[in-house]
Design a protein around this ligand. Structure first.
Ligand code: ATR
Length: 484
């Protein structure tokens, strides 16, 4: 799998530095003439020299028009093609020509120099229908077809995968999805039958959704992905902010499993189940807003999922898709070293949303007596009634030290609203254990206040880590299952 750095920096000197700084993570570079300040032999020659020093044998020359997502507007079409032809030289391995462009001069010169044509099509609005013919026609002409489209939904992703599937007999092709829905195809190009993934560094990306060469390699091990690689992932909407790929991928690497964990932006869980089947996904994490909806799409769920109404882990087994919830066990893990689980202890849960449900369930299961406090009192009352626990009014005076454990489950204090405190009137006694579920920032104002008062504190990262480790145990067992 080739990793190609698109040279997007605004200065030509920076481009050379970008190649040098990233050479350990790339196999190829794309010179985008439309992004070069000097569109001449000197500029191309200096890039070729640095590419040679970095042992990059693939150098692509492109000259993108505005309608194809580039910056070239100054020249006429004839001038653009003429310049492209003039700048072809030994050392360049591929030249990019857009679908529908007739450029006999460029093609002739490329043939003379043994430069292969990449025939590209860019669609920044969606996934074009029936691209099979274009891909076949281009491949039959000895070119490398490239299809860069912009999926806007799970349905578009299915369409993209169908096209990849229909053209699976064509080995040399580049098929990629831009934007958040297409991100999986950049970090796992294999899934679309693509031989290459583009990446970029610096202030400007080459196209929407491109990530850095370092991330492509160090997180997603793109150069090592192959036809036997097994895929896991996370579904959510949005999903690209998730830190889970940074946890699961190194863990897979550590135990030498040829498995990659990929973020999938999903707006329709039912359609994702079809995508997962088509891609042979063996398991996935589930995040907001799909933790409830996923339940109706899987074959069996554990009891805790039914009780909490939330599922964050799905794996594929011989009995079908099995759903579980590692949040509640992951939540309890950091508490295991403390004495709050030793019986007779009182816990205050702040918040009454989805996360609070999991926490209340876990604490009740662990034998604590629980009270809930929430900005909207009726929600606290509803949750308390459901789990047979008590509630505190948000306006009531809470005696310091009454609760041995305080768990903060609301989004108050989360980035970017880091100034918010969900319980500003509460004075910590200092003997409480205070558990914050927000992990960005690592220390919220609330947690800091608790720490300053002498409380033992637990940050959201600890739960994040614990629930991910429990998921990883499930993923690694699913890795070893061969399921049809
Ligand atoms: P989640 O699934 O993350 O729990 P949720 O179901 O939307 O998300 O619940 C968010 C929780 O954070 C709720 O308890 C909410 O209080 P309300 O029920 O009054 O909406 C709480 N919350 C969000 N912003 C808050 C704020 N600024 N101050 C206090 N509580 C807040």
């Amino acid at each position: 799998m080739l990793r190609c750095l698109t040279l997007t920096s605004d200065s030509d000197t920076k481009k050379l530095r970008n190649i040098r700084d990233n050479s350990q993570w790339i196999d190829a570079v794309e010179i985008r003439l439309d992004l070069c300040s000097h569109k001449n032999e000197g500029c191309v020659a200096s890039i070729l020299e640095v590419a040679r020093e970095a042992s990059l044998s693939v150098v692509i020359l492109s000259f993108r028009r505005e309608e194809d997502g580039g910056k070239q507007t100054a020249l006429s079409e004839a001038e653009r093609l003429h310049l492209l032809e003039q700048l072809l030289c030994p050392g360049i391995s591929h030249v990019d020509l857009e679908w529908g462009v007739t450029a006999p001069g460029v093609e002739k010169r490329a043939a003379e120099l043994g430069i292969r044509v990449i025939r590209s099509l860019h669609d920044f609005k969606g996934v074009p229908h029936s691209m099979k013919e274009m891909i076949e026609e281009s491949a039959a002409a000895g070119e490398i077809p490239k299809m860069a489209c912009y999926p806007n939904s799970s349905r578009d992703v299915l369409e993209l995968l169908q096209m990849a599937d229909e053209t699976s007999h064509i080995r040399d092709k580049i098929v990629l999805g831009m934007g958040a829905f297409g991100f999986f195809s950049r970090v796992a190009p294999q899934l679309c039958g693509s031989i290459l993934s583009f990446c970029s560094v610096g202030e400007r990306t080459g196209a929407p959704g491109q990530t850095s060469p370092q991330e492509l390699e160090e997180v997603y091990r793109v150069s090592k992905q192959n036809s036997r690689s097994v895929y896991f992932g996370i579904i959510g909407n949005p999903v690209l902010h998730s830190k889970s790929p940074q946890l699961h991928n190194p863990w897979f690497a550590e135990v030498r499993m040829d498995a990659i964990y990929v973020p999938f932006q999903v707006d329709d869980v039912g359609l994702f189940m079809r995508i997962a089947k088509q891609l042979g996904v063996r398991g996935f994490s589930v995040t907001v807003p799909h933790k409830q909806k996923i339940i109706q799409h899987i074959d069996r769920v554990e009891d805790a999922v039914k009780r909490i109404g939330s599922c964050n882990t799905v794996i594929r087994t011989s009995e079908g898709w099995i759903g579980s919830n590692t949040d509640y066990e992951g939540f309890l893990t950091p508490l295991k070293g403390t004495d709050v689980l030793s019986g007779g202890k009182h816990a205050l849960v702040i918040g009454a949303g989805g996360v609070a449900r999991t926490v209340v369930y876990a604490l009740v299961q662990a034998g604590l007596s629980v009270s809930i406090v929430n900005r909207t009192d009726e929600k606290a009352a509803g949750l308390a009634a459901e789990f047979g626990v008590t509630r505190q009014s948000i306006h009531s005076q809470i005696t310091p030290g009454k609760f041995q454990l305080i768990v903060q489950t609301t989004s108050a204090g989360m980035e970017p609203n880091t100034e918010t405190d969900p319980l500003p009137a509460y004075q910590f006694k200092g003997s409480e254990i205070v558990y914050e579920l927000i992990y960005a920032p690592e220390r919220t104002r609330f947690l800091q206040r608790a720490e300053d008062a002498g409380c033992q504190t637990i940050s959201g990262r600890e739960m994040l880590h614990a629930q991910a480790q429990l998921q990883f145990q499930q993923f690694s067992s699913a890795y070893n299952l061969e399921v049809e």
